[in-house]
Write a protein that binds this ligand. Structure first.
Ligand code: GLY
Length: 255
């Protein structure tokens, strides 16, 4: 079994990306691409084989592949992204996953972005957000019960996705912005809270025994290292202007 990371280069259309909670700021395509390349190199250095999808010149948010699919050990779920502009992104992701997993799909009226799905062992927490609705949560419950997954919806209103507010940073620890999601919701895990001055700091990408983590959040970084979390630093500042974070830029699985 190889550890595989699906990625896709930054679209030249990224300047027209969806924005929900941020004001539009100029995005330098070359800087965004070089930060994305650095991200891919870190994945490779940490043992992941890249499965790079062709760039999508007309799909502004297509670098954020995470939103197109959830890959579990037994099955993959191809999403139906909440923003209509993002729905065409799923086709190439589905084709890339087809050799590795049985594919299920979220169907209308369901909408779901992968950024709203947090897996902790056999629990899938799904943010009910502007992008993901209750119909999709119900579809996930029905589709995944037979594989032994518990699916729970969580209201998310203050940020784009559930994983803007909470991510897993080791097998028993979550990093959370408690102003956006209530920590008590997650039972049986250790909790590290983001620094109050760094609201966007809750998104880290767990890669084995360390996390890939943005350099933009030094105070939360101190809390993480103080809690024994090992960090690989990455500058994602240009992609952050497109409301993207570290989990958004890859789909990780074994295959
Ligand atoms: N720009 C990322 C998103 O809104 O989906």
């Amino acid at each position: 079994m190889r550890r595989i990371a699906i990625t896709r280069d930054v679209s030249p259309a990224i300047t027209r990306c969806e924005l929900t909670h941020l004001q539009r700021a100029p995005i330098d395509l070359e800087i965004a691409r070089s930060q994305h390349r650095a991200y891919e190199k870190e994945l490779e250095r940490l043992g992941w084989s890249l499965l790079r999808l062709p760039v999508e010149p007309d799909l502004p948010d297509s670098v954020f592949v995470e939103d197109a699919a959830i890959v579990l050990d037994e099955v993959a779920v191809i999403t139906r992204p909440g923003a209509p502009s993002r729905r065409p992104e799923t086709a190439a992701v589905a084709e890339a996953l087809r050799p590795y997993r049985l594919l299920l799909t979220i169907e209308e009226p369901g909408t779901m972005d992968g950024g709203d799905v947090l897996r902790i062992d056999r629990d899938l927490y799904i943010g009910v957000s502007r992008r993901t609705n209750e119909a999709a949560v119900e579809q996930m419950k029905r589709a995944l019960a037979r594989f032994g997954y518990r699916v729970t919806g969580i209201e998310v209103s203050e940020c784009l996705h559930l994983k803007s507010a909470v991510t897993l940073v080791d097998q028993e620890t979550i990093l959370i912005n408690p102003r956006w999601v209530i920590p008590g919701f997650f039972q049986g895990v250790r909790v590290i809270e983001t620094d109050p001055g760094e609201p966007y700091a809750a998104n880290g990408l767990l890669l084995g025994r360390r996390i890939l983590y943005p350099t933009a959040f030094p105070r939360t970084r101190e809390r993480l290292t103080g809690g024994g979390i090992r960090i690989v630093d990455i500058d994602m500042s240009e992609l952050a202007k497109a409301e993207g974070a570290v989990t958004c830029c890859s789909i990780l699985f074994e295959g």
